[in-house]
Design a protein around this ligand. Structure first.
Ligand code: XUL
Ligand code: CO
Length: 441
């Protein structure tokens, strides 16, 4: 059974192609600095947005036309697997990612849910044998069901904590079974609404305990995936414990988990936190904590998590810059945690959206590599921090000074001279690189 009959495998046709079913910039085999584009970008397809999502929003019903929706229950879950692997092959995806409830419906009991999962995981495993598409990461949805109304690992209710822990246990087993590269924790409801009824200390301590138990169990079953925390500042809760990379890192350090975890950084979560995407990538990178990326973008005029497909080239350039400076994403990848707009409801739109996202990151990769090759940012940054290469600056960074010595030095200063930060000039240069990288093609 084919769900995308009229669509052939998407291939690279180059920037001049007018074929909407072709890549214009993403050429998987093209080598850039010793690695193919496919190896650099490690694209992943998010099961929930592409095969499970109905495109409903708080003001209206779902609009998505999905040929597999004629089925119900476990038949629907099985049809989605068939559709997913057809899509992976046609879009040429190296990876995919899912939550437990995306792939199999919850049953009336935990036992029944686990049985449903076992059936679908066995089916996925079978499909993976004949597919190049690997599991980038899996996770469990410990936020949608009403039982998680007060949180999961951070719930005030110990029964809910136990239930959440049982789901994590199963998630780790599923990840092991399917050879997941990473295992993700997004604390959807791990936060609070009001301090009037919240014991923050108990909640955070319990979350730390859950992560330790997960680490211990992964070790016990020999599941060697990289653990990732995906920060998000708000939505659904008003205060999330994993607000951004900086607060997530403090949390991990406090609970002695910093060697076990890295971060899965989502662009739209970064902007919700009042940061740029590249800020979060950079913060993680300089602390050795950049693990993987949820590639999407927010709407500049809307204050919530719109999960749009990434098409902003300026942002993909700066994101790829960070990823290249990190020497790649290791076991991570660029997972399209992105959904087509409610008005883009046809199955064909799923292809157009992924092509747009893949081309945008491929273009970003090429421009970022040129910026690095030409030392564009490094030269300016190196120059700006010159004062720490000699004299008093060198004493400061080498730890050879103290407040008394610095006061003595400052008292002797007759003039302090600052230089321009050259921001506009740098932006113009980035525009020039963006426009000239593809100009002659
Ligand atoms: C929610 C979000 C999640 C995580 C996985 O905003 O990004 O889909 O990526 O739970
Ligand atoms: Co995400």
């Amino acid at each position: 059974m084919s769900y995308f009959k009229n669509i052939n495998t998407i291939t690279y046709e180059g920037p001049k192609s007018t074929n909407p079913y072709a890549f214009k910039f993403y050429n998987p085999e093209e080598e850039i600095n010793g690695k193919t584009m496919e190896e650099h970008l490690r694209f992943g397809i998010a099961y929930w947005h592409t095969f499970t999502e109905d495109l409903s929003d708080p003001f209206g019903a779902g609009t998505a036309i999905r040929p597999w929706d004629k089925y119900k229950g476990m038949d629907l879950a099985k049809a989605r697997v068939e559709a997913a692997f057809e899509f992976f092959e046609k879009i040429n995806a190296p990876f995919f990612a899912f939550h437990d409830v995306d792939i199999a419906p919850e049953g009336d009991s935990l036992k029944e849910s686990n049985e449903n999962l076992d059936t679908i995981v066995a089916m996925i495993k079978d499909y993976m044998k004949d597919s190049k598409t690997k599991l980038l990461w899996n996770t469990v949805n410990n936020f949608s069901h009403p039982r998680f109304v007060h949180g999961a690992g951070s719930s005030n209710n110990a029964d809910v904590f136990a239930y959440a822990a049982a789901k994590v246990k199963k998630g780790l087993e599923v990840g092991k079974e399917l050879g997941a590269e990473n295992y993700v924790f997004w604390g959807g409801r791990e936060g609070y609404e009001t301090l009037l009824n919240t014991d923050m200390k108990v909640e955070m301590d319990n979350l730390g305990r859950l992560f330790h138990m997960a680490k211990d169990y992964a070790k016990e079953i020999d599941f060697d995936a990289q653990f990732l925390i995906e920060p998000k500042p708000k939505e659904p809760t008003s205060h999330q414990y994993d607000f951004d990379v900086a607060s997530g890192y403090a949390f991990l350090q406090h609970y002695g988990l910093e060697d076990i975890f890295k971060f899965n950084i989502e662009a739209n979560h970064a902007t919700l936190a009042g940061h740029t995407f590249e800020h979060e990538l950079h913060y993680a990178r300089i602390h050795g904590m950049l693990g993987s990326v949820d590639a999407n973008q927010g709407h500049p005029l809307l204050g919530w998590d719109t999960d749009e497909f990434p098409t902003d080239l300026y942002s993909t350039v700066l994101a790829m810059y960070e990823i290249l400076k990190n020497d790649g994403l290791g076991r991570g990848g660029l997972n399209f945690d992105a959904k087509v707009r409610r008005g883009s409801f046809t199955p064909e739109d799923l292809f157009h959206a992924h092509i747009a996202g893949m081309d945008s990151f491929a273009a970003g990769l090429k421009v970022a590599q040129r910026l690095i090759d030409d030392n564009v940012l490094e030269d300016v940054i190196g120059e700006r921090y010159q004062s720490y290469q000699q004299g008093i600056g060198l004493d400061i960074v080498q730890g050879n000074t103290d407040l008394r010595k610095l006061e003595e030095y400052a008292l002797g200063l007759t003039e302090i001279k600052n230089e321009s930060g050259k921001l506009e000039s740098m932006k113009a240069t980035i525009n020039q690189y963006l426009l000239t990288t593809f100009a002659s093609k």
